[in-house]
Design a protein around this ligand. Structure first.
Ligand SMILES: Cc1ncc(COP(=O)(O)O)c(C=O)c1O
Length: 413
């Protein structure tokens, strides 16, 4: 079923009477009105310390629990396997600390050079502190993609942890989470998957895909500025608690010691109301998980139809090097509409600024993925230009970006 874009855009106040050509969604998306309304309601009606027995406090606590329960349903996991933290970087940092207390000399840890620094830096430092051996699963220098054979060659019965991204925030290519997880589990290793770049394009069945930890940032998924972490397969019992000692008995507090932002946690589930409303609007029925899967498919179909002309234009240009695959599907895996390129003549800074001058909301830099760029022989000091969009992006937005690219790159001499 085709996504009704008028309906979608009517759910985002950022489009009220405006048509911004917004192409920095991988940095953070617009929030849907359900999210904004939930925050307003919380701050207006229940902005008190939650979980006491007076009405406002009880309501605040119930709303926080509701967000956790709804996200667990959408992701196909148990409620107490979901926790909220200030950001994915913070969640990964605490997680790495916990691993550092159980790993030691003789153990092996595998990281990639494709990750955003959030999912690799803390793990690398942890391995060094613990005296464990670190292996890097490296990307193909030409495409920036990861090959399963590369992982297979590094795995051994001493591998205790594998961390990898569901999708890179530079090359946009989806990694096969189920296959990677199965390979790591076969070797007896635990798996951390960074879902930040994928989640805005698809709310997946984390339970079925199987990674022990799956993380993403809600502020990129039309929601509040929180990191969501799923920890499943009994990993919470295996890792030492990082929480206050008297909270150790609460699984969902063990890896998120920070005092939560109550309003944001209470409002974190509202984006799922948006997803359900989209599902119902398109004639869908069934559970929240059904809605999440079906709406994700509609999002991806729409995004892919807009991605094709953009990839085609950049791949054909002699003025830029397109990073990542030029195809929207490779080996059955999806390419997300996060499109980075390295200009061959002008600097990325100048290209981005000229696009901004033409009212394209975009940016340049490394996007905290310096290692991916180095792996493709791109100087992080120079960086790249990134154009990223999501399901609320229109055909007109993409035409505007194509015209702007033509003006900026076509005028090169
Ligand atoms: C792929 C990826 N992983 C992790 C992060 C870190 O997320 P947060 O900003 O919530 O710490 C980002 C942020 O841009 C990201 O793009």
């Amino acid at each position: 079923m085709q996504l009704d874009l008028d309906f979608v855009r009517s759910q985002f106040p950022a489009f009220d009477g405006k048509s911004p050509a917004f192409f920095e969604n991988a940095g953070g998306s617009f929030a849907c009105k359900q999210t904004i309304d939930a925050l307003t309601t919380y701050y207006t009606d229940t902005k008190v310390q939650p979980y006491a027995s007076y009405r406002e406090s009880a309501m605040a606590g119930e709303q926080m629990d509701h967000s956790q329960k709804r996200w667990a349903q959408a992701l196909g996991v148990q409620t107490n396997e979901v926790s909220f933290g200030p950001s994915t970087s913070q969640n990964t940092y605490v997680l790495a600390n916990a691993f550092g207390r159980v790993l030691g000399a003789g153990d092996q840890v595998i990281v990639t050079n494709q990750d955003h620094e959030a999912n690799t830096g803390a793990v690398r430092r942890m391995a060094e502190r613990a005296g464990a051996t670190l292996h890097e699963w490296r990307t193909d220098p030409a495409t920036g993609t990861l090959d399963l054979a590369g992982l297979q060659a590094l795995l051994s019965d001493r591998t205790k942890l594998v961390t990898f991204p569901h999708c890179s925030n530079i090359v946009g290519q989806e990694n096969d989470v189920a296959a990677i997880t199965a390979m790591a589990h076969e070797a007896g290793a635990r798996v951390i998957c960074d879902g930040v770049s994928f989640a805005p394009h698809g709310i997946v069945d984390v339970g079925a895909l199987g990674p022990d930890v799956y993380l993403f940032s809600l502020y990129k998924v039309y929601s509040v500025h929180q990191g969501l972490m799923v920890a499943q397969n009994g990993i919470l019992d295996e890792l030492p608690s990082e929480a206050h000692y008297f909270n150790e008995g609460y699984p969902d507090k063990r890896l998120t010691p920070a005092g939560p932002d109550h309003a944001q946690v209470a409002s974190a589930g509202a984006v799922l109301d948006y997803i359900e409303a989209t599902h119902t609007h398109h004639g869908g029925t069934g559970s929240l998980a059904d809605a999440a899967r079906s709406v994700s498919q509609m999002w991806q179909d729409h995004e892919t139809s807009l991605l094709e002309p953009l990839l085609e234009a950049l791949a054909a240009s002699t003025k830029v090097r397109l990073l990542g695959p030029a195809e929207t599907t490779t080996n059955g895996q999806h390419r997300c509409p996060t499109v980075a390129f390295s200009p061959l003549g002008q600097t990325p800074e100048s290209v981005a600024q000229r696009l901004v001058d033409l009212d394209i909301m975009t940016s340049h830099g490394t996007f905290y993925a310096d290692r991916v760029l180095e792996g493709m022989d791109i100087d992080p000091a120079r960086g790249v230009v990134r154009l990223s969009f999501v399901h609320y992006t229109s055909v007109d937005d993409v035409s505007r970006v194509l015209d702007a690219l033509e003006q900026v790159l076509g005028s090169e001499h």
